[in-house]
Write a protein that binds this ligand. Structure first.
Ligand code: FE
Length: 131
């Protein structure tokens, strides 16, 4: 089991940029096509910008055309948590970092084979470790 990482809101504000805080801790969404990892093709591993938890391999990244970095599978099922999100008059599935609880984005059922999933992530919630 991974150890959970917990910080107070005040601690998170010191640890994160205001932009990353707004996404990770306040469930914000960066504007489409604004993020540094949307059009990004280096090989490596995307990790949580809040805690460094490994989340997605570049091997599962694809161009969804949505304007947000998109993946069809996390590195492992226990890297993330999901929960129902009924905000904005929609029913969506929110994706959170399993280690720090940070908001990462949402997952949809219109992704490519083999999973059919589209993990629609915010660049601001991610860091990148090159292979
Ligand atoms: Fe995290």
């Amino acid at each position: 089991m991974k150890s959970r990482i917990e910080h107070t809101e005040e601690e998170w504000r010191k640890l994160l940029s205001p932009q990353a805080f707004a996404v990770l801790r306040e469930k914000g969404t960066e504007p489409p096509f604004s993020g540094k990892y949307n059009d990004f093709k280096k090989r490596g591993t995307f990790v949580c910008a809040g805690c460094g938890n490994e989340l997605f391999s570049s091997d599962t990244k694809y161009n969804s055309g949505s304007g947000w970095p998109s993946f069809w599978q996390p590195v492992s099922p226990d890297a993330i948590d999901t929960q129902e999100d009924l905000s904005h008059n929609a029913s969506r599935t929110e994706v959170l970092c399993a280690r720090c609880g940070g908001h990462l984005g949402h997952v949809f059922d219109d992704g490519p084979p083999p999973t059919g999933k589209r993990y629609c992530m915010n660049s601001l919630a991610l860091d990148f470790k090159q292979d």
